[in-house]
Design a protein around this ligand. Structure first.
Ligand code: SF4
Length: 474
C-alpha cells in the first residue's frame, strides 16, 4: 500500500530554544514518513531569517554546516510529498517571503479546497505565483496592505481559506500554529526546557525529549512569542472531520493523534477485522510497517500465531536506479522480501491497511505463493477505498481505485487470493474513541464534509498543480 498512497506533509516548529534548528531537524527526522520528497527549515534570530530546503530525505538535505547557518532560537520545518510532476525545489517548504510587514515563512499540511478560486482572484489582481502550492496563496492573501499586523492578517486569511490545514508560520517575533475548524490533520503543542514546540505528531516530541502538552484544537490559532502564548479562535465548524486514515495508515504507531494512541487503535482494528472476517489460517502475516499492529490484533483475537513472513527494506531512498529489463516487479521487490521458512506450506492470513490500485497487492500475493504459501487470505483493516481524498492525501483517480471498479469478489479473483475481507465502516469507527460524526470517512463513503466542487474539478486542479502554475515558467 505504501507504494500507492502518500501523505502530503509534516510540520514542526519551535520558539525560544537556542538549538532551534537542530531540534527542528530531529523533529523532521521523526516526521519523515509524512513526506519523503523534500525537506526544509527556516530559522530566525529575531532580526534575520535563514533557510535551507532541498529535495530528498531529511538526512540527505541537511548537513552540519546547514544547521549551523540556521541561526536563532526559533524555527519551523517541513517535510513534503508532492503529486507527480510538481516535485521540484520551488515547491519545497517552508515558503519564506519578505513583504511589507517583514519576513514571514509558512509550512502547511493539508489541502485547501478553494485554492483555485482564491488563486484566480489573486492572479486577476496581478499576483505572480512562484510555486504551485496552496500555501503560497495564504502568503499572497496576507500580503494585502489592509492588515494592520500579522495577527490580523492570519486571522482574516484563515477565515477565507477552506479545507484541511495544519499550519505553522514564523515571523521574527512569533511562531504561529493553526488548525482548520474540522481538525482534519493532527497538530500538537509540546514543551521542552521552557520553550514551546509544535508538531504534526507526538513522535517528533519523543526524539527531542519534549513533553506533549495537548493537541492544538480544531479552529485554534496559537501565537507564541516572548510575551507568552495567546490562543485565538476561528469560527467553529458544524462538525469535526478527523482523518480516520491517519489512524489506519499515515501516522506513526508511536504517536498519539485525535486523543489516542495510533498503535492501540490499529490493534483494535485488527481485532475487529478478525471478528468480522475470520479466516482458517496457520499464520497471520503483517504487511510492514503500517499493517503490523492490525495483524497483532488479528492474531490476538483469532488465536492464529503471528509470523514475520514479509520483511521491509527501510533504506529505499527517493530515487533508485531501476534495471531496464530482466527484473520483473522490481519496485515492489526492492521494498519487500519474503521469508520462505515462515510461509512454506502454510495457509497465510495477510493483514494490510488498504488496497488502492491493487497492483502492489497482486504482486505481493504472487510473491507469497512463490515463497511457498499454500493459501493466501487477505484481510484489510479499513473498508474499500472508492473515492479520492480532497483534504491532503494524494489518491489516484477514481477510475484507478480498484474498489471503484470491482466488487470484493472480483478483487479476490483479480488479486488471485483465496479469500478477501475488508473491515466495515461501522467496524472501523467502533475502534476510535470520539463519536463517529467527528471523523472524515469521505474516501470510503463519498460524503465530503467540506464541499469542494466535485471530483472532476478536484482532479483538474490537481493536474494543473502537477503540471505547474500557468503564471510560472521554469
Ligand atoms: S478522505 Fe479519507 S484520507 Fe482524506 S481526510 Fe477523509 S478519511 Fe482521510
Amino acid at each position: 500500500m505504501s507504494l500507492e498512497l502518500k501523505d502530503k506533509c509534516g510540520v514542526f516548529g519551535i520558539f525560544g530554544h537556542k538549538e532551534a534548528a537542530y531540534l527542528t531537524y530531529l523533529g523532521l527526522y521523526s516526521l519523515q514518513h509524512r513526506g519523503e520528497e523534500s525537506a526544509g527549515i527556516v530559522a530566525s534570530d529575531g532580526e534575520k531569517m535563514t533557510a535551507h530546503r532541498g529535495m530528498g530525505h531529511v538526512q540527505d538535505v541537511f548537513d552540519e554546516s546547514h544547521l549551523q547557518s540556521l541561526a536563532g532560537d526559533r524555527a519551523i520545518g517541513h517535510v513534503r510529498y508532492s503529486t507527480a510532476g510538481s516535485s521540484n525545489i520551488k515547491n519545497a517548504q517552508p515558503i519564506w517571503v519578505d513583504y511589507s510587514k517583514g519576513d514571514i515563512a509558512i509550512a502547511h499540511n493539508g489541502n485547501l479546497v478553494n485554492a483555485d478560486i482564491l488563486r484566480s482572484e489573486l492572479e486577476a489582481y496581478g499576483s505572480i505565483f512562484q510555486t504551485t502550492t496552496d500555501s503560497e496563496i495564504i502568503i499572497h492573501l496576507m500580503a494585502r496592505p489592509s492588515f494592520r499586523n500579522v495577527e490580523e492578517g492570519v486571522m482574516d486569511v484563515l477565515n477565507r481559506v477552506k479545507g484541511a490545514y495544519s499550519l505553522v508560520f514564523l515571523t521574527h517575533e512569533c511562531l504561529i500554529a493553526a488548525r482548520d475548524p474540522q481538525g482534519f490533520r493532527p497538530l500538537w503543542l509540546g514543551e521542552i526546557a521552557g520553550s514551546y514546540v509544535v508538531s504534526s505528531e507526538t513522535c517528533a516530541f519523543d526524539i527531542i525529549g519534549a513533553k506533549p502538552i495537548r493537541e492544538i484544537e480544531p479552529s485554534e490559532v496559537l501565537f507564541i512569542s516572548q510575551k507568552g502564548m495567546k490562543s485565538l479562535r476561528l469560527p467553529k465548524a458544524d462538525r469535526l472531520a478527523h482523518c480516520v486514515f491517519e489512524h489506519v495508515y499515515f501516522a506513526r504507531p508511536d504517536s498519539r493523534i485525535f486523543g489516542e494512541s495510533v498503535e492501540l487503535v490499529r490493534e483494535r482494528l485488527g481485532r475487529q477485522l478478525a471478528r468480522e472476517h475470520p479466516a482458517d489460517g496457520d499464520v497471520v502475516i503483517p504487511v510492514p510497517d503500517s499493517g503490523s499492529a492490525a495483524a497483532l490484533g488479528f492474531s490476538q483475537e483469532s488465536g492464529i500465531p503471528l509470523g514475520m513472513g514479509i520483511i521491509r527494506n527501510h533504506y529505499v531512498g527517493r530515487t533508485f536506479i531501476q534495471p531496464s529489463q530482466g527484473v520483473r516487479d522490481f519496485k515492489v521487490k526492492v521494498k519487500f522480501n519474503f521469508v520462505k521458512e515462515v510461509l512454506e506450506g502454510k495457509r497465510v492470513v495477510v493483514v494490510d491497511d488498504s488496497i488502492v490500485r491493487g497492483t502492489t497487492s497482486k504482486i505481493r500475493v504472487k510473491s507469497l505463493r512463490q515463497a511457498g504459501a499454500k493459501e493466501v487470505h487477505l484481510r484489510i483493516s479499513c473498508p474499500p477505498h472508492r473515492f479520492p481524498c480532497a483534504y491532503g492525501i494524494d489518491f489516484p483517480t477514481k477510475e484507478e481505485l480498484i474498489a471503484n471498479r470491482y466488487t470484493p469478489e472480483e478483487i479476490k479473483k483479480y488479486l488471485d487470493c483465496d479469500s478477501i475481507g475488508y473491515l466495515s465502516l461501522e467496524g472501523m469507527l467502533s475502534c476510535v474513541s470520539f463519536p463517529k460524526e467527528n471523523y472524515c470517512t469521505a474516501c470510503w463513503s463519498g460524503e465530503y464534509s467540506v464541499p469542494f466542487g466535485g471530483v472532476d474539478k478536484f482532479y483538474a486542479e490537481r493536474n494543473r498543480k502537477a503540471a505547474g502554475s500557468p503564471s510560472f515558467r521554469e
